[in-house]
Design a protein around this ligand. Structure first.
Ligand code: ADP
Length: 416
């Protein structure tokens, strides 16, 4: 089956076309045919398409909304200009998998989309007002453009964390607020942490119940996840993706009383405080320079910028603190710490700064192996005698979305 995977953001659409079937999954031989992104939807959009093994092509077009954007992608991928030989017409797209950010307590696994599911995703908008509407726009655009005959599947970022026990997901708030409004920790990046769990299992030939790891996804958004017996046991993001680690522009953990203090001192509305915490904090807020880790590392090395160093130090300390907490919380059951995401996959120096101190829980970094593992390479980066191993695996959420889509459409149960 050729599966179109869509990840719709507020003004962008990332997409991939992946060929998969049950035999290809068994052989771990699914094929990506193309990937691309449309940015700046709503004005002069920039569209990038990369056919597998071919040259990247860029175009600029005024695209009003997500429907226009997806219409443009569909027309482009079937044209000879796209160089995607397997896709000659829209009938070559067998199914569409959508990344949907929030599934609330309703969705604990991927589901085929129908009117009832759409209304369930709409119900979750109040939990993710910035994210779920974009996913819904993608679903609606595909229904309009490809018709009801092409099956669509929703894959939720929260679903993997539905196995968390209440001791992990409840806040220390009055219990009736959980009952009344479902205020609880949901966790995000679930598809990425699930992929990491799958990769580790595959690499070591393990049964699902034998996967005990701490997965650390460090990109623009960052989260850690403690995985016990192959299931999410705890994770650092909470009711929204704001909680937990320090991120590119998000503050991560803060004392909630700061909100009221800011409201009085700076005269900010709650909307403005939300923007401050989500868009102007984190690496950007502390450094006053940028949310981009690569640029911060350059500023620190070339200009000895004090606040760039401070932002990086706080970032690394917070990750180390979560790894330590998860290790102890699971009574030392974790066998490995696994790094992924743009920073986790590509930055040996950040991994080294995070792991500096983790010898106390048995993680000994092999500096040589660590330095050689970058540019989306996979590998073990701890020493052979390290009690707690460390690995780098590039994440691949799109692959899991494509496989989930296939399995849901074919009604085949998922084994991981
Ligand atoms: P997103 O969460 O938006 O998918 P990514 O996973 O691509 O983001 O991660 C983006 C982050 O990864 C940026 O902070 C970027 O600077 C960082 N990054 C990418 N390559 C490197 C590198 N070689 N060294 C340090 N940071 C890097």
């Amino acid at each position: 089956m050729n599966i179109l995977v869509l990840n719709c953001g507020s003004s962008s659409v990332k997409f991939q076309i992946i060929e998969t079937d049950l035999e290809l999954i068994k052989q771990n031989n699914d094929k990506r045919l193309a990937r691309g992104v449309i940015e700046r939807i709503g004005s002069q959009a920039l569209i990038t398409l990369q056919p597998e093994g071919g040259k990247q092509i860029k175009k600029a077009r005024p695209l009003r909304d997500h429907r226009d954007a997806i219409d443009f992608i569909l027309r482009w991928i079937i044209s000879p200009d796209s160089q995607i030989n397997q896709i000659q017409s829209l009938s070559d797209i067998d199914a569409v998998g959508h990344r949907v950010v929030h599934g609330g307590e309703k969705f604990s696994k991927s589901v085929q989309i129908n009117m009832e599911i759409i209304s369930g995703i709409e119900d979750c908008i109040e939990l993710a007002p910035l994210h779920n509407p974009a996913g819904l726009k993608g679903i609606k655009a595909i229904t309009d453009l490809l018709g009801m005959a092409v099956p669509q599947v929703a894959v939720f970022d929260t679903a993997f964390h539905s196995t968390m026990p209440d001791t992990s997901y409840l806040y220390g708030l009055p219990y009736h607020l959980y009952r009344r409004y479902k205020i609880r920790r949901y966790g995000f990046h679930g598809t990425s942490h699930r992929y990491i769990s799958y990769r580790y299992r595959q690499e070591h030939g393990l049964k699902l119940k034998d996967v005990n790891i701490i997965s650390v996804h460090l990109g623009n958004g960052c989260s850690a996840c403690s995985i016990l017996r192959g299931e999410s046991y705890d994770t650092s993001m909470g009711f929204t993706p704001l909680e937990g680690l320090l991120m590119g522009t998000r503050a991560g953990d803060i004392d909630a009383s700061i909100l009221e203090f800011l409201y009085h001192k700076e005269g900010l509305s709650f909307g403005e405080i939300d923007t401050l915490l989500n868009k102007r904090s984190g690496l950007l807020g502390i450094s006053g320079l940028t949310n981009d880790m690569r640029e911060l590392l350059e500023e620190e090395a070339e200009n000895q910028d004090r606040r760039a160093k401070l932002a990086i130090d706080i970032f690394c300390k917070r990750v180390r603190k979560y790894i330590g907490a998860y290790y102890v919380d699971t009574a030392g059951k974790a066998d490995a710490v696994i790094f992924t995401g743009g920073i986790g996959e590509n930055s040996p120096v950040i991994r080294e700064r995070i792991c500096n101190g983790l010898e106390s829980i048995g993680l000994k970094l092999d500096k040589n192996k660590n330095n050689k593992t970058h540019s989306r390479k996979s590998g073990k980066i701890s020493t052979e005698d390290s009690r707690l191993s460390a690995f780098v695996f590039p994440t691949n959420e799109e692959l899991l979305i494509a496989r989930d889509t296939l399995r849901v459409v074919k009604n085949v149960p998922r084994r991981w």
